[in-house]
Design a protein. Structure first.
Length: 181
């Protein structure tokens, strides 16, 4: 299984990098893409990372899932973004796994893919999902092929749901046991 994780300037470090590391540990191939003007990304806490590809350089049919981390960049770009929303909408239309954490689900909400869907997100982000079924008390929620989580403190539960869906619950449990969760 191959997946995409979207990087943007000011992404939340743990939501992006820990998620990618844990998914790779579980045996999933995860590449990073960006829609920034450079592959060099600076995270919310000043870490410098390099995206693997520009979003325009990939063929989404080559990938099985997408992950959208949160961070303060979301508030800065979500209302005028066209790239991330189009990408998650395309994955959703193909019934491929769409996962977003913290404020990341705002892209899903604005793309209309959380209508009638159970989800969680960072408090306040639910404003973009007025037709969804919000669960503020849950760390991570899976509704069919859509997986959401409420923040950096839910990375392990988020990854558990992704691995359970894409591989198996047995593999997800093994991953958590391996890291002494």
């Amino acid at each position: 299984m191959r997946g995409i994780l979207v990087l943007s300037h000011h992404i939340e470090d743990g939501e992006a990098l820990s998620t990618r590391a844990l998914l790779r540990r579980a045996g999933l191939d995860v590449i990073t893409i960006t829609f920034e003007k450079t592959l060099d990304i600076e995270t919310a806490f000043g870490l410098k990372v390099k995206a693997d590809y520009f979003g325009s350089d990939i063929q989404i049919n080559d990938y099985d899932f997408i992950v959208v981390p949160g961070g303060r960049y979301v508030a800065q770009v979500v209302d005028h973004d066209t790239h991330i929303k189009a990408l998650v909408k395309s994955f959703h239309e193909q019934k491929k796994c769409v996962a977003a954490i913290c404020a990341g689900p705002r892209f899903l909400g604005q793309a209309g893919i959380l209508d009638g869907v159970h989800f969680t997100a960072f408090t306040g982000s639910e404003k973009d999902m007025p037709k969804g079924i919000y669960h503020p008390d849950k760390k991570s929620v899976r509704d069919h092929h859509i997986i959401t989580a409420r923040g950096a403190g839910a990375v392990y539960e988020f990854v558990y749901e992704i691995v359970s869906y894409l591989i198996s619950e047995e593999n997800a449990k093994a991953l958590l046991n391996q890291i002494l969760y």
